[in-house]
Each structure stands twice: as structure tokens, then as C-alpha cells.
Design a protein around this ligand. Sequence first.
Ligand SMILES: Cc1cc2nc3c(=O)[nH]c(=O)nc-3n(C[C@H](O)[C@H](O)[C@H](O)COP(=O)(O)OP(=O)(O)OC[C@H]3O[C@@H](n4cnc5c(N)ncnc54)[C@H](O)[C@@H]3O)c2cc1C
Ligand code: FES
Length: 258
Amino acid sequence: MKRTIHDFRVYQNDHLSNDYFVLYLDCPEKMPEILPGQFVQALVEHSPATYLRRPFSVYHVDEQLNRMALMIKVAGIGTAALMKLSAGDTLNLIYPLGNSFEMPEGDHALLIGGGVGIAPMYMLAKRLHDLGKKVDVLIGGRTSKDIIEPNLYREFGNVHITTDDGSLGEKGMVTQHSLFSGENLPFSKIYACGPDPMMRAVSNLAKSKGIDCEVSLENLMACGIGACLCCIVETNEGNKTSCVEGPVFNTRDLKAWQ
Ligand SMILES: Cc1cc2nc3c(=O)[nH]c(=O)nc-3n(C[C@H](O)[C@H](O)[C@H](O)COP(=O)(O)OP(=O)(O)OC[C@H]3O[C@@H](n4cnc5c(N)ncnc54)[C@H](O)[C@@H]3O)c2cc1C
Ligand code: FES
């Protein structure tokens, strides 16, 4: 898929809390097709410390209005700078990058997002829903403040929530949710994105139940286009770049996850 570079215009920056915000962006030209799971490399301007672009999953795409949105959690200097963007500002993006989630063979999928790992799940839930698949979404966070925009996902299926402290939904980690209490789970595929330990726990659970599982890795990236090799992932077919051959991998292919 052809990579493009565009100066997007910020038309809204929704501050959801002190940590989370959603940037709504207008594209000056027709955007290429963007698939669920793909990401952008954003240029954070006016700072030598943010010379390297920062990767973010594409959260929403509105093809008719030629707009996209990014859901971002402040993690350091670059994301803190992006939080200060306001309507009329410009954000330069290289996109669409990486591969995408594969559609399941069966008809019932479970999408799991930990914290801001829920970002790529919106487009995926929409795509699965449009294909007539049954969708369940499980969102996990440390506290209720880490459960971002859960109601948006209700359009596509049931939404379940866990928090570590029990401040919203069931108390505990996503893998402890009562959805998993039965012997035979109804899901033909599980998709997950979030902190590495969460995705490994989901992968182990899926494996123990014999369910196919894909994860979107958030490995550190620099170039984002397969040139620097800093995002290498060991797979059963040899080393792969997370930025070009990922970030989505089937967990049965991830060597260190078996
Ligand atoms: C494919 C992909 C999709 C992502 N999607 C999202 C998303 O939708 N929303 C979101 O909030 N975050 C997302 N991230 C993580 C996001 O890229 C980092 O939080 C961001 O780059 C941090 O930049 P910073 O300048 O604020 O932090 P820094 O001050 O540079 O560092 C703070 C911490 O952020 C992490 N980090 C720094 N640079 C990177 C990098 N290039 N790649 C990954 N982690 C990094 C490190 O753990 C570091 O300790 C994604 C990462 C990847 C690889
Ligand atoms: S980030 Fe440079 S090869 Fe992946």
C-alpha cells in the first residue's frame, strides 16, 4: 500500500482527561484507504528532543469527510506537545503504515484493548460489524480514568469493562473477566492491543482455549518504514520488522510468546 505524507489540519482536540486526548484531523487531499490496525508516524515540531516521529494507531477514519482521528495518551515529551495542539494547527503525518488485522473465519470476535490500546479497535469493530460478524469488546484499565470512550463501541456489540481497582466494571485484569469463566468460549478469534504483559496473558488464554489470536505490538520505533531495523520481532519465519510486517502479528507466529 502506498505511503503518503500530508499536513493535516487539526479541527478539534478533545481533552478527555489530564492524560488522554483525541485529535480530529482534516486532510487537505483525498486520503488513501486506511485499514484497521494501520498507524501513522506523526512529526512533533519545534523540539530537537522529538526529532524522531511518534507512531500512533489510526483511531477513526471518515472517508466521506476526508478526516481521521488519533487517540493519544501522554507518555512523554512528544505526546505532551501534541496535547497542546488546537484547532487550526498543522500535524504532519506519514501514513498508512504497517499491516492490518486479518478478518476472522468464524463469525464471533472478541476485541480487547488495554488503556490506550483500545485505539485501533474502533476501526476493527466497525469493519467486523459491517461484515456481519458478532462483536464483543473488552476494555481494561488501571482505574475508571483509563477506560476511554467505551460507549462508542456499543454501536458494534457488547462492551465489557475491567479495572484493576474495581472503580468501573469487574475488578481485576482483562483475562480475569467473567467472559472467560466457561469451558467453551463462543469466540472464533481474539484481537488484543495494550501493554505487553496484558497481550501475553491474552495470548496464553486464547491458546489454552484453542482460539486464534492476533495482537498489535507497540514496539519502540524510529523510522517506521523498515529502514533502521530497531523494531525487529522474532517470528517462526525469522526476524520481521514491526513497522512494515507488523504491528499486527498472529501470536502463534511470535517465537518468544510460545
Ligand atoms: C504501532 C504503534 C501504535 C501506537 N499507537 C498509539 C496510540 O494509538 N495512542 C497512543 O497514545 N500511543 C500509541 N503508541 C505509543 C506511542 O507511540 C508512544 O507513547 C509515543 O511515541 C511516546 O512519545 P513521547 O515523546 O511522548 O514519549 P518519550 O518521552 O519519547 O518516551 C516516553 C515513553 O514512551 C514510549 N515510547 C517512546 N517513543 C516510542 C516509540 N517511538 N514507539 C513506542 N513507544 C515509544 C517509551 O516506553 C518511553 O519510555 C503506539 C506505538 C506503536 C509502536
Ligand atoms: S522502525 Fe525502523 S525498521 Fe521499524
